[in-house]
Design a protein around this ligand. Sequence first.
Ligand SMILES: CCC/C=C/C(=O)SCCNC(=O)CCNC(=O)[C@H](O)C(C)(C)COP(=O)([O-])OP(=O)([O-])OC[C@H]1O[C@@H](n2cnc3c(N)ncnc32)[C@H](O)[C@@H]1OP(=O)([O-])[O-]
Ligand SMILES: NC(=O)C1=CN([C@@H]2O[C@H](COP(=O)(O)OP(=O)(O)OC[C@H]3O[C@@H](n4cnc5c(N)ncnc54)[C@H](OP(=O)(O)O)[C@@H]3O)[C@@H](O)[C@H]2O)C=CC1
Length: 291
Amino acid sequence: MSARTVDDLRLDDAPLALASGLLDGRTAIVSGGGSGIGKAAAWVLARLGARVAICGRNPERLEAVQSAFDARGWPILAHPCDIRDEAGIERLLDAVAARFGLPDILINNAGGQFAQGASQIAPKGWRAVIETNLTGCWLMMQAVARRWIDGGRGGVIVNVTAANGRGMPGIAHSAAARAGVENVTRTAAVEWAPHGIRINCLAPGLVDSGGLSVYPEAARAAFARANPQRATGDPWDIAQIIAFLASDTTRFLTGTTITADGGGALWGDLWTIERPVYFSDSFQKAEIHVA
Ligand SMILES: CCC/C=C/C(=O)SCCNC(=O)CCNC(=O)[C@H](O)C(C)(C)COP(=O)([O-])OP(=O)([O-])OC[C@H]1O[C@@H](n2cnc3c(N)ncnc32)[C@H](O)[C@@H]1OP(=O)([O-])[O-]
Ligand SMILES: NC(=O)C1=CN([C@@H]2O[C@H](COP(=O)(O)OP(=O)(O)OC[C@H]3O[C@@H](n4cnc5c(N)ncnc54)[C@H](OP(=O)(O)O)[C@@H]3O)[C@@H](O)[C@H]2O)C=CC1
């Protein structure tokens, strides 16, 4: 039996908002299910009764979640896959089909970016982030939807984006990609409605997952003050909303985005890179020099 971490114990004991058994008999794929929000989502879905398949690039993270699931007697498939690789996605879906049959739910959670000022982002870096967050998410959506359409049945997709309504200073590439996902979600929600496919986005604000460690210390120190709640979210908060969107509870909801950001879209000042002097409290307008 694998060691139980404090983290896993919390995932076991944190209260569920939805009725246990709600997802009995369902199969869910969670991309990026080896860490952070995706791992919490895998736990919530399993505790609600779903069989879970997780993917990501790093096999060790997936294996750790697999061991924890095995220890609890929960069905799981852990399959390494880069969501930018169409052939890899087909292999993932074949593996899910062989183990569990056609999935019912896709949680498109894998993603991320690096923080850099917009004027400095290299073309390769821009492409890496767009390929991951827009194209990768799209390839997963389309591959699963095709199998549902070919199989004559519907399903549910939840795309995890990021709260981008006011732009995202320091991660322009990711903001553009997430806005693209939210738009293609609206389009596909219409096109695929006749097939019984529902698609929604969940746009988190700052969530205290391990993922935030990639940001500069000065930026991280301000994250918890960047919304009216003056707090970061927790992966469990986000995972519960993911499960809500994946369940029949939301059967009349499609093509929309739920933002879970502590009100950050309304108030707060978020910088993922060092805050430019222009936006500091001490900045005086006279400091602007026009040539
Ligand atoms: C408000 C915040 C809200 C959001 C929070 C979260 O999402 S938390 C979740 C957070 N979790 C995550 O973000 C996890 C997932 N994120 C990732 O895996 C990476 O950030 C990825 C999306 C770039 C993909 O990775 P990959 O393996 O495909 O890419 P690669 O490593 O091979 O780089 C390709 C190119 O990108 C460029 N470049 C890359 N890094 C930097 C940098 N620091 N600096 C500058 N540039 C950088 C560079 O051009 C590089 O090419 P080079 O110069 O090397 O020839
Ligand atoms: N935490 C936050 O404040 C916020 C997070 N988000 C988004 O929520 C999602 C989950 O992030 P979070 O849990 O916080 O951070 P993590 O860094 O823990 O999660 C990102 C996950 O995505 C996987 N991943 C990244 N790139 C790929 C790829 N090309 N193919 C397959 N898997 C990939 C990673 O696994 P591996 O490295 O093994 O591939 C990892 O499991 C991400 O899309 C993130 O951008 C959005 C807004 C705020």
